[in-house]
Design a protein around this ligand. Structure first.
Ligand SMILES: C[S@@+](CC[C@H](N)C(=O)[O-])C[C@H]1O[C@@H](n2cnc3c(N)ncnc32)[C@H](O)[C@@H]1O
Length: 236
């Protein structure tokens, strides 16, 4: 691994960062280790579903003081993705999320709504870490990144799931997943480094004195132009 991009991203040594990445066997493990290494205190998760990620992180990261959980837990008429289940199922999913995180309820702030509708309840410049795992469509990732950015502290980390090299993540009847490449273009617009990580994760950092770079630690994201990404549709 060449260059200092990772040092810039993580404020920890390249070797520590790479060690965490290479020794993690799941996204849960990866983010728990990175959150512990960076002593994250205030966190937001966009898209909580049954609370599996929140449970893992809250159980293993003792420095966390506040955890914003953003999710409508409701059937959305204009979200064409498989996780958009019926309202009875969503009520059960919400109950499961609350049960799984009940042990840390004093740290959790539940914001039941879409990112755009609840984000004003998070103070500006307050987040050490945001994990984007909600809508995933082009509309969703645009809104999530733009709305979360002012909420981040300087040096705060923005990460996300479903950074797919193939936008046709599901059956082609569903809206494509465009976390990749939009996150890369967002980082370019804001002069930020962004890193592609294993398990379809990405990581960028709010830094006022930074420059744009895209570093792919997986080798999966060669040409991210939509022309190339969408060609895979023909093979589905
Ligand atoms: C893939 S699941 C989240 C999984 C969870 N992060 C985990 O790791 O266990 C996606 C969730 O995003 C939520 N969601 C959909 N649109 C959203 C939006 N606009 N804002 C916030 N959450 C949204 C859905 O209700 C669903 O629960």
């Amino acid at each position: 691994m060449s260059g200092s991009v990772l040092t810039t991203v993580m404020n920890i040594q390249d070797s520590v960062f790479l060690d965490i990445v290479s020794r993690s066997s799941s996204r849960f493990e990866l983010w728990k280790k990175l959150l512990n290494a960076t002593n994250a205190k205030t966190i937001a998760e966009v898209g909580v579903w049954k609370g599996d990620f929140a449970k893992q992180v809250l159980e293993h990261c003792d420095t966390i003081e506040k955890y914003f959980m953003i999710d409508p837990w409701a059937t959305l008429p204009d979200w064409n993705k498989p996780f958009n289940v019926d309202s009875k199922t969503f009520d059960d999913v919400y109950a499961e999320a609350m049960n799984k995180t009940a042990f840390a309820s004093e740290k959790c702030v539940v914001l039941r709504g879409r990112t755009k509708d609840v984000i004003q309840q998070i103070p500006d410049h307050s987040l050490d870490f945001a994990y984007i795992d909600g809508d995933h469509t082009l509309r969703g990732i645009v809104i999530d990144l733009i709305k979360l950015f002012p909420k981040m502290k300087e040096n705060g980390l923005i990460a996300g799931d479903d950074f797919m090299p193939n936008p046709w993540q599901h059956d082609i009847r569903f809206e494509p997943t465009l976390v990749c490449p939009f996150s890369i273009y967002f980082a370019e617009a804001m002069n930020l480094p962004i890193v592609a990580l294993p398990f379809n994760q990405f990581l960028t950092q709010k830094k006022s004195d930074s420059t744009f770079s895209f570093q792919d630690l997986t080798g999966m994201y060669g040409d991210v132009s939509l022309n190339k990404l969408f060609i895979n549709r023909e093979t589905l």
